[in-house]
Design a protein around this ligand. Sequence first.
Ligand code: UD1
Ligand code: UDP
Length: 369
Amino acid sequence: MKIITVIGARPQFVKAAVVSRAIDKYNQSDKQIEEVIVHTGQHYDANMSDVFFEEMKIPKPHYNLHIGGGQHGAMTGQMLAKIEEVLLQEKPNAVLVYGDTNSTLAGALAAAKLHIPVAHVEAGLRSFNMRMPEEINRILTDRISTWLFCPTNTAIDNLKDEGFLRKTAGNKYLVENVGDVMYDAALFYKKLALPSGEISHILKEANHKFYLATIHRAENTDDKERLMNIISALDKIADNVRVILPLHPRTRNIIKQYNLHFKHIKVIDPVGYFDMVTLLGQCQAVFTDSGGVQKEAYFFHKPCITLRDETEWVELVERGYNFLVGADYDKIIQAQQELVIKEISFSEQLYGDGTAGVNIVQRIIEGLR
Ligand code: UD1
Ligand code: UDP
Protein backbone atom coordinates (compact mmCIF):
# COMPACT_ATOMS: atom_id res chain seq x y z
CA MET A 1 0.00 0.00 0.00
CA LYS A 2 1.32 3.39 -0.89
CA ILE A 3 0.20 6.54 0.89
CA ILE A 4 1.18 10.01 -0.18
CA THR A 5 1.33 12.56 2.62
CA VAL A 6 0.98 16.17 1.51
CA ILE A 7 2.28 18.72 4.00
CA GLY A 8 3.76 22.20 3.78
CA ALA A 9 3.06 24.40 6.81
CA ARG A 10 4.45 24.29 10.35
CA PRO A 11 1.46 22.77 12.16
CA GLN A 12 1.30 19.99 9.57
CA PHE A 13 4.83 18.88 10.35
CA VAL A 14 3.87 18.41 14.01
CA LYS A 15 0.76 16.41 13.06
CA ALA A 16 2.43 14.33 10.34
CA ALA A 17 5.27 13.40 12.71
CA VAL A 18 2.76 11.45 14.78
CA VAL A 19 1.21 9.52 11.90
CA SER A 20 4.59 8.81 10.28
CA ARG A 21 5.75 7.31 13.55
CA ALA A 22 2.59 5.20 13.71
CA ILE A 23 3.21 3.99 10.14
CA ASP A 24 6.76 3.14 11.09
CA LYS A 25 5.56 1.16 14.10
CA TYR A 26 3.08 -0.70 11.93
CA ASN A 27 5.73 -1.58 9.40
CA GLN A 28 8.04 -3.00 12.06
CA SER A 29 5.72 -5.94 12.59
CA ASP A 30 4.33 -6.30 9.12
CA LYS A 31 5.60 -4.12 6.27
CA GLN A 32 2.49 -2.93 4.56
CA ILE A 33 2.66 0.79 4.00
CA GLU A 34 5.01 2.87 1.95
CA GLU A 35 4.70 6.55 2.87
CA VAL A 36 5.85 9.09 0.28
CA ILE A 37 6.07 12.60 1.71
CA VAL A 38 5.39 15.60 -0.51
CA HIS A 39 6.42 18.97 0.98
CA THR A 40 4.68 21.73 -0.93
CA GLY A 41 7.21 24.32 0.21
CA GLN A 42 4.53 26.58 1.72
CA HIS A 43 6.78 27.14 4.75
CA TYR A 44 10.43 27.19 3.82
CA ASP A 45 12.58 28.99 6.41
CA ALA A 46 14.74 26.55 8.36
CA ASN A 47 13.00 27.46 11.63
CA MET A 48 9.55 27.03 10.04
CA SER A 49 10.31 23.68 8.39
CA ASP A 50 13.67 21.83 8.62
CA VAL A 51 13.87 22.05 12.40
CA PHE A 52 10.66 20.00 12.74
CA PHE A 53 11.90 17.26 10.42
CA GLU A 54 15.15 17.06 12.38
CA GLU A 55 13.80 17.18 15.92
CA MET A 56 10.72 15.05 15.37
CA LYS A 57 12.52 12.60 13.10
CA ILE A 58 10.02 12.97 10.28
CA PRO A 59 11.22 11.09 7.19
CA LYS A 60 12.83 13.41 4.64
CA PRO A 61 10.33 14.53 2.01
CA HIS A 62 10.63 12.62 -1.26
CA TYR A 63 9.44 15.70 -3.12
CA ASN A 64 9.74 19.41 -2.33
CA LEU A 65 7.60 21.48 -4.67
CA HIS A 66 9.06 24.83 -3.51
CA ILE A 67 5.76 26.68 -3.73
CA GLY A 68 5.78 29.28 -0.95
CA GLY A 69 4.61 32.89 -0.69
CA GLY A 70 2.27 34.79 -2.98
CA GLN A 71 -1.50 35.07 -3.15
CA HIS A 72 -3.72 32.24 -1.97
CA GLY A 73 -5.21 31.45 -5.36
CA ALA A 74 -1.88 31.31 -7.15
CA MET A 75 -0.27 29.31 -4.37
CA THR A 76 -3.08 26.75 -4.24
CA GLY A 77 -3.27 26.50 -8.02
CA GLN A 78 0.45 25.91 -8.44
CA MET A 79 0.36 23.26 -5.73
CA LEU A 80 -2.58 21.56 -7.40
CA ALA A 81 -0.77 21.24 -10.70
CA LYS A 82 2.47 19.96 -9.18
CA ILE A 83 0.80 17.54 -6.77
CA GLU A 84 -1.20 16.09 -9.65
CA GLU A 85 2.06 15.33 -11.49
CA VAL A 86 3.41 13.53 -8.44
CA LEU A 87 0.21 11.53 -7.98
CA LEU A 88 0.20 10.46 -11.62
CA GLN A 89 3.75 9.26 -11.27
CA GLU A 90 3.47 7.59 -7.86
CA LYS A 91 -0.03 6.11 -8.22
CA PRO A 92 -0.77 5.96 -4.46
CA ASN A 93 -3.67 4.09 -2.88
CA ALA A 94 -4.53 7.07 -0.70
CA VAL A 95 -3.53 10.67 0.01
CA LEU A 96 -3.18 11.93 3.57
CA VAL A 97 -3.71 15.64 4.38
CA TYR A 98 -3.76 17.59 7.62
CA GLY A 99 -5.65 20.57 8.95
CA ASP A 100 -6.75 23.54 6.91
CA THR A 101 -3.95 25.22 4.99
CA ASN A 102 -3.64 25.83 1.27
CA SER A 103 -1.43 22.72 1.11
CA THR A 104 -4.31 20.69 2.62
CA LEU A 105 -6.81 21.80 0.01
CA ALA A 106 -4.41 21.42 -2.91
CA GLY A 107 -3.47 17.87 -1.83
CA ALA A 108 -7.08 16.82 -1.32
CA LEU A 109 -8.32 18.32 -4.56
CA ALA A 110 -5.53 16.89 -6.69
CA ALA A 111 -6.26 13.44 -5.27
CA ALA A 112 -10.05 13.63 -5.52
CA LYS A 113 -9.88 14.65 -9.18
CA LEU A 114 -7.84 11.52 -9.86
CA HIS A 115 -10.29 9.41 -7.82
CA ILE A 116 -7.67 8.67 -5.20
CA PRO A 117 -9.24 8.43 -1.72
CA VAL A 118 -8.35 11.24 0.68
CA ALA A 119 -7.76 10.91 4.41
CA HIS A 120 -8.30 14.20 6.24
CA VAL A 121 -6.77 14.47 9.68
CA GLU A 122 -8.50 17.17 11.77
CA ALA A 123 -11.78 16.93 9.90
CA GLY A 124 -15.01 18.57 10.99
CA LEU A 125 -13.64 21.66 12.68
CA ARG A 126 -15.54 24.85 11.99
CA SER A 127 -15.18 28.48 13.04
CA PHE A 128 -18.30 29.44 11.05
CA ASN A 129 -16.37 32.42 9.72
CA MET A 130 -16.15 32.07 5.95
CA ARG A 131 -13.77 35.03 5.73
CA MET A 132 -11.03 32.82 7.15
CA PRO A 133 -8.98 31.06 4.46
CA GLU A 134 -8.74 28.09 6.83
CA GLU A 135 -12.55 27.69 6.99
CA ILE A 136 -12.79 27.54 3.20
CA ASN A 137 -9.94 25.03 3.01
CA ARG A 138 -11.34 22.70 5.65
CA ILE A 139 -14.94 22.69 4.41
CA LEU A 140 -13.87 21.87 0.85
CA THR A 141 -11.40 19.24 2.01
CA ASP A 142 -13.98 17.50 4.19
CA ARG A 143 -16.43 17.42 1.31
CA ILE A 144 -14.09 15.38 -0.89
CA SER A 145 -12.53 13.14 1.75
CA THR A 146 -13.10 9.43 2.24
CA TRP A 147 -11.77 9.24 5.79
CA LEU A 148 -12.79 12.17 7.99
CA PHE A 149 -10.66 11.80 11.09
CA CYS A 150 -12.20 14.08 13.71
CA PRO A 151 -10.31 15.15 16.85
CA THR A 152 -13.40 15.97 18.96
CA ASN A 153 -17.10 15.18 19.29
CA THR A 154 -17.80 18.80 18.37
CA ALA A 155 -16.21 18.07 14.99
CA ILE A 156 -18.46 15.02 14.55
CA ASP A 157 -21.51 17.14 15.38
CA ASN A 158 -20.47 19.79 12.85
CA LEU A 159 -20.27 17.15 10.14
CA LYS A 160 -23.64 15.70 11.17
CA ASP A 161 -25.14 19.18 10.86
CA GLU A 162 -23.77 19.36 7.32
CA GLY A 163 -25.52 16.10 6.47
CA PHE A 164 -22.46 13.87 6.46
CA LEU A 165 -23.91 11.04 8.48
CA ARG A 166 -27.29 10.97 6.78
CA LYS A 167 -27.86 7.44 5.58
CA THR A 168 -27.90 7.27 1.80
CA ALA A 169 -26.86 4.48 -0.51
CA GLY A 170 -24.09 6.58 -1.97
CA ASN A 171 -22.29 7.23 1.35
CA LYS A 172 -18.80 5.83 1.12
CA TYR A 173 -16.85 7.57 3.80
CA LEU A 174 -15.87 7.14 7.40
CA VAL A 175 -16.43 9.82 10.02
CA GLU A 176 -14.84 9.00 13.36
CA ASN A 177 -13.47 10.70 16.46
CA VAL A 178 -10.00 9.14 16.57
CA GLY A 179 -8.52 11.66 19.02
CA ASP A 180 -6.17 14.52 18.33
CA VAL A 181 -2.74 13.84 16.84
CA MET A 182 -1.42 17.01 18.50
CA TYR A 183 -2.15 15.46 21.88
CA ASP A 184 -0.14 12.38 20.84
CA ALA A 185 2.69 14.71 19.80
CA ALA A 186 2.71 16.62 23.08
CA LEU A 187 2.74 13.40 25.12
CA PHE A 188 5.52 11.80 23.12
CA TYR A 189 7.88 14.69 22.44
CA LYS A 190 7.73 16.41 25.81
CA LYS A 191 9.79 13.53 27.15
CA LEU A 192 12.49 14.21 24.56
CA ALA A 193 12.38 18.00 24.40
CA LEU A 194 15.60 19.56 25.57
CA PRO A 195 15.61 23.35 25.20
CA SER A 196 18.23 25.09 23.10
CA GLY A 197 20.89 27.24 24.75
CA GLU A 198 19.10 30.37 23.55
CA ILE A 199 15.77 29.45 25.14
CA SER A 200 17.45 28.32 28.37
CA HIS A 201 19.12 31.72 28.55
CA ILE A 202 15.86 33.59 27.87
CA LEU A 203 14.05 31.57 30.54
CA LYS A 204 16.76 32.30 33.08
CA GLU A 205 16.62 35.98 32.23
CA ALA A 206 12.82 35.91 32.79
CA ASN A 207 13.36 34.13 36.09
CA HIS A 208 11.03 31.42 34.71
CA LYS A 209 8.09 33.79 35.14
CA PHE A 210 6.57 34.71 31.81
CA TYR A 211 3.69 34.56 29.39
CA LEU A 212 4.06 32.91 25.99
CA ALA A 213 2.47 34.65 22.98
CA THR A 214 2.09 33.88 19.27
CA ILE A 215 0.33 35.95 16.57
CA HIS A 216 0.08 35.09 12.91
CA ARG A 217 -3.51 34.65 11.73
CA ALA A 218 -4.43 36.75 8.70
CA GLU A 219 -7.51 38.13 10.46
CA ASN A 220 -5.15 39.86 12.92
CA THR A 221 -2.08 40.61 10.83
CA ASP A 222 -3.93 41.97 7.81
CA ASP A 223 -6.00 44.39 9.89
CA LYS A 224 -3.77 47.17 11.18
CA GLU A 225 -6.10 48.18 13.99
CA ARG A 226 -6.45 44.66 15.33
CA LEU A 227 -2.71 44.08 15.21
CA MET A 228 -1.99 47.42 16.92
CA ASN A 229 -4.50 46.62 19.69
CA ILE A 230 -2.95 43.21 20.32
CA ILE A 231 0.60 44.50 20.37
CA SER A 232 -0.24 47.46 22.63
CA ALA A 233 -2.07 45.20 25.08
CA LEU A 234 0.77 42.66 25.19
CA ASP A 235 3.27 45.48 25.56
CA LYS A 236 1.29 46.86 28.50
CA ILE A 237 1.21 43.42 30.14
CA ALA A 238 4.94 43.02 29.47
CA ASP A 239 5.53 46.10 31.57
CA ASN A 240 5.04 43.84 34.62
CA VAL A 241 5.48 40.24 33.50
CA ARG A 242 7.78 39.14 30.72
CA VAL A 243 6.00 38.25 27.49
CA ILE A 244 7.97 36.01 25.12
CA LEU A 245 6.77 36.20 21.51
CA PRO A 246 8.31 33.85 18.93
CA LEU A 247 7.27 35.83 15.90
CA HIS A 248 5.90 34.23 12.72
CA PRO A 249 7.54 35.65 9.55
CA ARG A 250 4.16 36.79 8.24
CA THR A 251 3.68 39.00 11.32
CA ARG A 252 7.28 40.20 11.30
CA ASN A 253 6.95 41.37 7.69
CA ILE A 254 3.66 43.13 8.30
CA ILE A 255 4.85 44.85 11.46
CA LYS A 256 7.72 46.27 9.42
CA GLN A 257 5.32 47.45 6.73
CA TYR A 258 3.03 49.13 9.28
CA ASN A 259 6.08 50.57 11.06
CA LEU A 260 4.90 49.26 14.44
CA HIS A 261 7.27 48.83 17.38
CA PHE A 262 7.49 46.64 20.46
CA LYS A 263 8.47 48.30 23.73
CA HIS A 264 8.63 45.58 26.36
CA ILE A 265 7.73 42.33 24.63
CA LYS A 266 10.62 39.90 24.19
CA VAL A 267 10.40 39.16 20.48
CA ILE A 268 12.33 36.16 19.21
CA ASP A 269 12.49 34.20 15.95
CA PRO A 270 10.11 31.26 15.53
CA VAL A 271 11.36 28.35 17.62
CA GLY A 272 11.48 24.61 16.96
CA TYR A 273 8.97 22.25 18.56
CA PHE A 274 11.30 21.29 21.42
CA ASP A 275 11.76 24.91 22.47
CA MET A 276 8.04 25.49 22.06
CA VAL A 277 7.25 22.56 24.33
CA THR A 278 9.69 23.95 26.91
CA LEU A 279 8.05 27.39 26.74
CA LEU A 280 4.58 25.86 27.00
CA GLY A 281 5.64 23.75 29.95
CA GLN A 282 7.10 26.64 31.92
CA CYS A 283 4.94 29.66 31.07
CA GLN A 284 2.20 31.00 33.31
CA ALA A 285 -0.34 31.46 30.53
CA VAL A 286 -0.60 31.68 26.76
CA PHE A 287 -1.82 34.51 24.51
CA THR A 288 -2.38 33.29 20.97
CA ASP A 289 -4.40 33.30 17.77
CA SER A 290 -2.97 29.92 16.71
CA GLY A 291 -5.26 26.92 16.42
CA GLY A 292 -2.70 24.39 17.59
CA VAL A 293 -1.25 26.48 20.40
CA GLN A 294 -4.71 26.86 22.03
CA LYS A 295 -4.85 23.11 22.49
CA GLU A 296 -1.24 22.80 23.53
CA ALA A 297 -1.87 25.36 26.29
CA TYR A 298 -4.54 22.96 27.56
CA PHE A 299 -2.27 19.90 27.20
CA PHE A 300 0.30 21.70 29.35
CA HIS A 301 -2.38 22.88 31.82
CA LYS A 302 -1.95 26.55 31.02
CA PRO A 303 -4.81 29.03 30.67
CA CYS A 304 -5.13 30.39 27.16
CA ILE A 305 -6.25 33.86 26.16
CA THR A 306 -7.28 33.56 22.54
CA LEU A 307 -6.82 36.61 20.35
CA ARG A 308 -9.67 35.74 18.01
CA ASP A 309 -13.41 36.34 17.84
CA GLU A 310 -14.24 32.65 17.53
CA THR A 311 -12.49 29.33 17.86
CA GLU A 312 -12.86 25.82 16.51
CA TRP A 313 -11.90 24.45 19.95
CA VAL A 314 -15.14 25.47 21.65
CA GLU A 315 -14.92 22.78 24.32
CA LEU A 316 -11.98 24.64 25.87
CA VAL A 317 -13.96 27.88 26.09
CA GLU A 318 -17.08 26.15 27.42
CA ARG A 319 -15.11 24.54 30.23
CA GLY A 320 -13.30 27.70 31.26
CA TYR A 321 -9.76 26.84 30.07
CA ASN A 322 -9.72 29.25 27.15
CA PHE A 323 -10.85 32.89 27.06
CA LEU A 324 -11.90 34.44 23.77
CA VAL A 325 -11.01 38.12 23.76
CA GLY A 326 -10.63 38.97 20.09
CA ALA A 327 -8.33 41.88 19.36
CA ASP A 328 -9.87 44.13 21.99
CA TYR A 329 -7.26 45.97 24.06
CA ASP A 330 -9.41 46.23 27.22
CA LYS A 331 -10.54 42.61 27.06
CA ILE A 332 -6.96 41.37 26.71
CA ILE A 333 -5.81 43.39 29.72
CA GLN A 334 -8.85 42.39 31.75
CA ALA A 335 -8.37 38.69 30.94
CA GLN A 336 -4.77 38.87 32.16
CA GLN A 337 -5.83 40.59 35.38
CA GLU A 338 -8.48 37.96 36.02
CA LEU A 339 -5.99 35.17 35.41
CA VAL A 340 -3.81 36.38 38.24
CA ILE A 341 -6.59 35.70 40.75
CA LYS A 342 -8.17 32.65 39.13
CA GLU A 343 -7.31 29.03 39.98
CA ILE A 344 -8.09 26.72 37.08
CA SER A 345 -7.99 22.99 37.58
CA PHE A 346 -7.31 21.00 34.43
CA SER A 347 -8.91 17.64 34.96
CA GLU A 348 -10.52 16.32 31.81
CA GLN A 349 -9.12 14.51 28.80
CA LEU A 350 -10.79 16.15 25.83
CA TYR A 351 -8.59 15.08 22.92
CA GLY A 352 -8.37 11.31 23.09
CA ASP A 353 -5.85 9.13 24.87
CA GLY A 354 -2.70 9.62 22.83
CA THR A 355 -3.48 6.93 20.26
CA ALA A 356 -4.85 9.11 17.44
CA GLY A 357 -1.90 8.33 15.14
CA VAL A 358 -2.28 4.57 15.51
CA ASN A 359 -6.07 4.79 15.11
CA ILE A 360 -5.66 6.70 11.85
CA VAL A 361 -3.22 4.20 10.36
CA GLN A 362 -5.42 1.27 11.34
CA ARG A 363 -8.53 2.77 9.77
CA ILE A 364 -6.73 3.53 6.51
CA ILE A 365 -5.34 0.01 6.28
CA GLU A 366 -8.76 -1.49 7.03
CA GLY A 367 -10.33 0.77 4.42
CA LEU A 368 -7.82 -0.14 1.72
CA ARG A 369 -7.89 -3.90 2.31
C1 UD1 B 1 -0.46 29.36 6.98
C2 UD1 B 1 -1.90 28.84 7.00
C3 UD1 B 1 -2.51 29.04 8.38
C4 UD1 B 1 -1.64 28.43 9.46
C5 UD1 B 1 -0.21 28.92 9.31
C6 UD1 B 1 0.65 28.16 10.27
C7 UD1 B 1 -3.08 29.07 4.84
C8 UD1 B 1 -4.12 29.81 4.12
N1 UD1 B 1 -2.73 29.56 6.05
O1 UD1 B 1 -0.53 30.74 7.22
O2 UD1 B 1 -3.78 28.42 8.44
O3 UD1 B 1 -2.15 28.79 10.70
O4 UD1 B 1 0.27 28.69 7.99
O5 UD1 B 1 1.81 28.82 10.60
O6 UD1 B 1 -2.58 28.09 4.35
N2 UD1 B 1 6.85 33.23 5.26
C9 UD1 B 1 8.22 33.28 5.36
N3 UD1 B 1 8.87 32.10 5.60
C10 UD1 B 1 8.24 30.91 5.77
C11 UD1 B 1 6.86 30.88 5.65
C12 UD1 B 1 6.17 32.06 5.39
O7 UD1 B 1 8.83 34.32 5.21
O8 UD1 B 1 8.90 29.89 6.00
C13 UD1 B 1 6.13 34.51 5.01
C14 UD1 B 1 5.99 34.82 3.53
O9 UD1 B 1 6.07 36.20 3.38
C15 UD1 B 1 4.56 34.40 3.24
C16 UD1 B 1 3.86 34.73 4.55
O10 UD1 B 1 4.82 34.41 5.57
O11 UD1 B 1 4.02 35.09 2.16
C17 UD1 B 1 2.60 33.96 4.80
O12 UD1 B 1 2.82 32.58 4.62
P1 UD1 B 1 1.62 31.61 4.15
O13 UD1 B 1 2.11 30.22 4.11
O14 UD1 B 1 0.98 32.19 2.95
O15 UD1 B 1 0.54 31.76 5.28
P2 UD1 B 1 0.69 31.69 6.86
O16 UD1 B 1 0.33 33.01 7.42
O17 UD1 B 1 1.97 31.09 7.25
N1 UDP C 1 5.13 26.24 17.02
C1 UDP C 1 6.50 26.08 17.11
N2 UDP C 1 7.28 27.20 17.16
C2 UDP C 1 6.76 28.46 17.16
C3 UDP C 1 5.35 28.60 17.08
C4 UDP C 1 4.57 27.47 17.00
O1 UDP C 1 6.99 24.96 17.16
O2 UDP C 1 7.55 29.41 17.19
C5 UDP C 1 4.29 25.03 16.94
C6 UDP C 1 3.22 24.94 17.99
O3 UDP C 1 3.74 24.41 19.18
C7 UDP C 1 2.20 24.04 17.32
C8 UDP C 1 2.30 24.44 15.87
O4 UDP C 1 3.57 25.06 15.71
O5 UDP C 1 2.56 22.68 17.45
C9 UDP C 1 1.20 25.41 15.56
O6 UDP C 1 1.43 26.05 14.37
P1 UDP C 1 0.90 27.50 14.04
O7 UDP C 1 0.58 28.24 15.28
O8 UDP C 1 1.89 28.08 13.11
O9 UDP C 1 -0.40 27.17 13.17
P2 UDP C 1 -1.93 26.91 13.48
O10 UDP C 1 -2.02 25.84 14.49
O11 UDP C 1 -2.53 28.20 13.92
O12 UDP C 1 -2.49 26.52 12.16
